[in-house]
Design a protein around this ligand. Structure first.
Ligand SMILES: NC(=O)c1ccc[n+]([C@@H]2O[C@H](COP(=O)([O-])OP(=O)(O)OC[C@H]3O[C@@H](n4cnc5c(N)ncnc54)[C@H](O)[C@@H]3O)[C@@H](O)[C@H]2O)c1
Length: 501
C-alpha cells in the first residue's frame, strides 16, 4: 500500500470534518468531497473550531500543516487521494453505491475505509472494484481528539489492508483497535448502546432524570474508564483474588436481573423527557460552548494520562516520541553545510503559545530551544536507548536574548553552533529565526553537562557520541564565535574565560 500524503474524504459532516481537522494537523493533505457545495464553508469552520484544542494536545514539534481543498466531484477526489475515508449518512444502499463508485476511480493500491457506526464490511464491499482494499474504520466524535478507531475487515478484505490502515491511523495519532469478527455495532457502540438503553428505561420509568444519570457516570465510573476499562476495574474490585472473587460476589446479581435487554418504546413522553432533561443540563449553553468545554477537558485528561502512560495518554506519549524522532530525522536529513550552524528544528508558532502581547510567550522559547537540543542529541545518538543506559545530558545554564517577535501561525526554525565540547560539557549557541524573512527572533546560549542519571553525578560522555559532536564542531571551526556569547545579563560583552576547548 502506498504512503499517505493526501487523504480523500467522502462526506464532510460532523465525522468528515473531524477527520479533516486531525489529518491536517498532523501534516496530511486533505481533499474533501461532498454533494452539497455549502458543506465547504461548514467543514472549514469545523476545522477552525478544532484547532485551539488540537494545538494544545501536544507541544512536540509538528510537520507543516496539510493543505485542505474541497470538491463536489467524487471522481476528482478519488483519483488524487492516497487513502479514502467515507463518511456519508448511515444508509446501506447509499454507502454501497458511493463506495462502488469511488472504487472505480481510485488506484488499486489506495485503501478505502468507511466510518460506519454499525454496518458490516462484507455488506459494504459487495459492489466494489478491488474489495480486498476495503475496511471499516469506525472513529469517535470528536475524531480530532479521541484516538480510538475500530478496524473491521469483511470477507474479502486482505490482512495487508488492515495493516496499512493501522499504520496510517497510528501516524495521525490514533489507537487502532482490530475487531476480530463482523458484528453489527462493532465493539464500542454495542457497549454504549447497552448503557444508553438502560438510561432510556430509567428515564421512562421515572426513576431518574438525564442529569442524575449523567452524574452517576461523571462522578464515578467515568473517571475510572479513562484509565482502565470495566474488566480491569472489576478485577481490582475483587480485592486480592481479583476477577474470580468479583464474579463469585456479584455474579448472582446478573440473574436477577438488574438491567433489561429490550429497549423501551420511544414514546412522545419519553422523547420529551430526554430532550427537556438534556436542555436543563445544557443550562442555556450553546452546542459550540459545550463542545469547547468537552474538548478542553479531553485534552487535559489525555495530558494527565500521559504521565501514567495509561489509555489515550499512552497513545499520546508514543505519538510524541515519533514526532520528536521525525523532527530529528528531518534535521539529520538536512544537508549539513560545513562552516554553517546546524539547522535543527522547523516548526510553527501555535495559537496557545501567544501571550497578551500577541507574540510568542517567554517559556515557549525554552521549549523550542529544548526541542532543537533534543534533535541534536538524537542526531549524535543520545536517544531513548542511550537514556536507558543511565546516561544523559542535563542543562545547567542558559541565557536567552529576545530580539524580534514571532506571531501566531508563523514558521520558525532554529540553527545551532557548537562552541565547545569536552568529556562532560557541551556548550552551544542557538539562534531562532522567523521563516518568512529569516529575521533573528532570539538567541540562547546553553551549557549542558553529561551525567550518570543513576548516581546523579557528572560523568564522561560515550566516546562515539563525543566523536560525532567533535565532528560537528570541526565543521563549524570557521564560524566566528557569536559576539553575544559569554555575555552576562545587561552587561557589556565578555569572553567565556572558564571553558574554551
Ligand atoms: N456522528 C457521530 O457521532 C458518528 C460517530 C462515528 C461514526 N459515525 C458515522 O459516520 C458517518 C457520517 O456521520 P455524520 O454524523 O458525519 O453525518 P452527517 O449527516 O453530519 O454528514 C454526512 C455528510 O455526507 C454528505 N453526503 C450525503 N450523500 C453524499 C454523497 N452521495 N456523496 C458525498 N457526500 C454525501 C452530506 O451532505 C453530509 O455532509 C455515518 O456512517 C455515521 O454512522 C458517526
Amino acid at each position: 500500500m502506498r504512503k499517505v500524503t493526501t487523504l480523500g474524504l467522502l462526506g464532510t459532516g460532523v465525522i468528515g470534518g473531524g477527520w479533516a481537522a486531525r489529518a491536517l494537523h498532523f501534516g496530511v493533505n486533505v481533499i474533501a468531497a461532498d454533494v452539497k457545495p455549502e458543506m465547504e464553508a461548514w467543514m472549514r469552520g469545523a476545522v477552525e473550531n478544532a484547532e485551539p484544542a488540537l494545538a494544545r494536545l501536544t507541544s512536540a514539534p509538528l510537520p507543516p500543516k496539510g493543505a485542505l481543498s474541497f470538491t463536489t466531484d467524487l471522481k476528482y477526489m478519488a483519483e488524487r487521494a492516497d487513502f479514502i475515508q467515507e463518511n456519508v449518512p448511515e444508509q446501506l444502499p447509499l454507502k454501497r453505491r458511493v463506495l462502488a463508485e469511488v472504487s472505480r476511480y481510485a488506484a488499486a493500491d489506495v485503501v478505502i475505509a468507511s466510518s460506519t457506526s454499525g454496518l458490516t464490511p462484507t455488506d459494504l464491499q459487495r459492489d466494489m472494484v478491488g474489495p480486498e482494499r476495503f475496511l471499516v474504520a469506525h472513529p469517535f466524535n470528536p475524531v480530532y481528539l479521541l484516538p480510538l478507531v475500530e478496524l473491521v475487515g469483511g470477507k474479502k478484505t486482505e490482512s495487508a489492508t488492515l495493516e496499512a490502515a493501522a499504520k496510517f491511523f497510528t501516524y495521525i495519532g490514533m489507537h487502532p483497535l482490530n475487531v476480530r469478527g463482523e458484528v453489527p455495532g462493532h465493539l464500542t457502540d454495542r457497549l454504549q448502546e447497552a448503557l444508553w438503553r438502560e438510561i432510556l428505561h430509567l428515564v421512562n420509568d421515572g426513576v431518574a432524570t438525564t442529569g442524575e444519570l449523567d452524574e452517576s457516570i461523571v462522578y464515578g465510573p467515568g473517571l475510572r474508564w479513562a484509565a482502565m476499562g470495566t474488566n480491569l476495574i472489576y478485577h481490582l474490585a475483587g480485592g486480592e483474588s481479583g476477577m474470580r472473587h468479583m464474579l463469585a460476589q456479584f455474579g448472582p446479581c446478573l440473574k436477577w436481573p438488574w438491567t433489561k435487554l429490550e429497549a423501551p418504546e420511544l414514546t412522545e413522553t419519553l422523547i420529551d423527557r430526554m430532550v427537556e432533561g438534556t436542555e436543563a443540563q445544557a443550562a442555556g449553553r450553546s452546542i459550540r460552548e459545550l463542545e469547547r468545554l468537552r474538548d478542553d477537558s479531553l485534552v487535559a485528561v489525555q495530558q494527565v494520562l500521559r504521565q501514567t502512560n495509561m489509555g489515550a495518554g499512552a497513545t499520546l506519549r508514543s505519538l510524541e516520541e515519533r514526532l520528536y524522532k521525525d523532527a530529528a530525522a528531518a534535521a539529520t536529513a538536512m544537508v549539513v553545510e560545513p562552516g554553517k550552524p546546524l539547522r535543527l528544528l522547523e516548526t510553527s508558532v501555535r495559537s496557545d503559545w501567544i501571550d497578551y502581547n500577541r507574540h510568542m510567550t517567554d517559556f515557549r522559547y525554552g521549549q523550542v530551544f529544548g526541542d532543537a537540543m533534543d534533535a541534536l542529541y538524537r542526531r549524535v545518538g543520545v536517544d531513548e536507548n542511550y537514556r536507558a543506559t543511565g546516561r544523559m545530558y542535563y542543562s545547567v545554564e542558559s541565557h536567552t536574548r529576545h530580539i524580534g517577535e514571532a506571531k501566531v501561525g508563523e514558521r520558525i526554525h532554529v540553527t545551532t553552533q557548537l562552541l565547545a565540547v569536552d568529556d562532560k560539557r557541551l556548550h552551544v549557541f542557538h539562534r531562532l529565526h522567523r521563516g518568512r524573512d529569516d529575521a533573528l527572533i532570539a538567541t540562547s546560549e546553553q551549557l549542558h553537562l553529561h551525567v550518570d542519571t543513576v548516581r546523579g553525578k557528572a560523568s564522561a560522555v560515550d566516546r562515539g557520541v563525543r566523536g560525532k559532536l567533535e565532528a560537528i564542531r570541526q565543521d563549524q571551526l570557521s564560524l566566528t564565535r557569536p559576539p553575544e556569547s559569554g555575555r552576562a545579563i545587561g552587561q557589556a560583552r565578555q569572553t567565556d574565560a572558564t571553558f574554551q576547548v
